[in-house]
Ligand binder design. Sequence first.
Ligand SMILES: [Mn+2]
Length: 333
Amino acid sequence: MENKKNIFKTAENYEKERFYVIKKEIERAQTISVFVHINPDGDCVGSGLALCRQLNKMGKTSFVYCDDELPEKLEYLPFKEYWKNTSEHPDKVDLSISVDIAALDRMGMGISPYMAAKKQIMIDHHISRGKFADIAYIDSHSAACGEIIYRFIHYLRGMDDDIATMLFTAIVTDTGCFQFSNTTNQTLAIIQELRKFKINPQEIIYKAFSSISLKVFNLKQIILNKIKFYDDNTIGIITFRNEDFEATGTNANNTEGIISDVRNIRGIKVAISICEMGNLSWKISFRAVEGIDCSGIAAVFGGGGHKGASGCRISGYYEDVVDRLLKATRDYM
Ligand SMILES: [Mn+2]
């Protein structure tokens, strides 16, 4: 017990020390760019905008840069005018901060303006594959980057209603609305704090998490209609083909969440999604129930992730890809 307490104290002190160092760098800079990952989700959007808003409140010139547009379902977020396309980035800024980015290749075209800044900071919650910034703060115990950004803005005494809406969005997204095992007491304690601000939790959950567009619904219908079950209905495989995207006006960025419907079928142990990326190249996602670690299955193909959710890329003919996936999955069950 005593030992545990010490570990906690050390982690807390380490975070305070990191926050202090990051704050000093921010104070020294005037132009600060925030970078988030390609194919942006609610966590990087909410965390990025919240940090950017805070920086603007501190008198800095700051924007959030991404290769992709702000996702349609997140358009309710305040201060979305901070969202800029990477192509609009000015030549050089004083400081660049990456949020929710575990590896540089997730930054897309943002890599060169990010690196061109006089100093780089990374703030992330993934188990890191290496640090790429002058200053890094990585806390893999946080369910969302939104938790870290909450603690940082709280440390700066900057929390307000708009920032609370952004961070509630971030945490709802990365915890699957508190359904995933990454949800901790700390997550819920932060949610409790966020609810003290003027936010609309039901509306945020509906818009950021539950609602889908009609075209994604149409895609879902086609995909679930073609599902294949194996091994006494313990493995379910869905496949997204180019023709499915064409028929519904969607793309590979619209596949999110459909695999959860497969994982939620009683009796399913592993759900697999195979998404055509063109020219015999496939993006694979795995979802596993409690007790099965699907990051191990992804690792067989050079991928990775968490226990309950993981992914990888595979090349080859579709039928061979299915065979290889089934073999690797059976080895883990
Ligand atoms: Mn995240």
